[in-house]
Design a protein around this ligand. Structure first.
Ligand code: SF4
Length: 79
């Protein structure tokens, strides 16, 4: 947390229930399961994933609100 290395972070997780998280620290998730069930093509899924990745923060956003923010515990993220 002392260095702002988020700009070069390549962490992504797909949760067991089909959500993609582009940041382990953030609580934003995109449901790929729902997109697949809606019949999105592989190219459309790539666009959705790419758009999510582009929303990665430059640095630890909301670090001081971490304790009060809702997020999955790491055991459910797969970290
Ligand atoms: S806070 Fe998020 S973006 Fe930053 S290094 Fe951790 S997982 Fe990557």
């Amino acid at each position: 947390m002392t260095d702002h290395f988020c700009g070069t972070c390549n962490r992504l997780r797909i949760t067991a229930d089909g959500n993609i998280k582009v940041c382990l620290f953030g609580n934003a998730e995109v449901s790929l399961r729902d997109m697949i069930r809606q019949g999105k093509t592989d190219d459309e899924l790539l666009e959705i994933i790419g758009a999510a990745v582009k929303k990665k923060k430059k640095q630890h956003a909301g670090m001081f609100e971490l304790a009060s923010r809702k997020n999955r515990p790491m055991i459910l993220i797969g970290g």
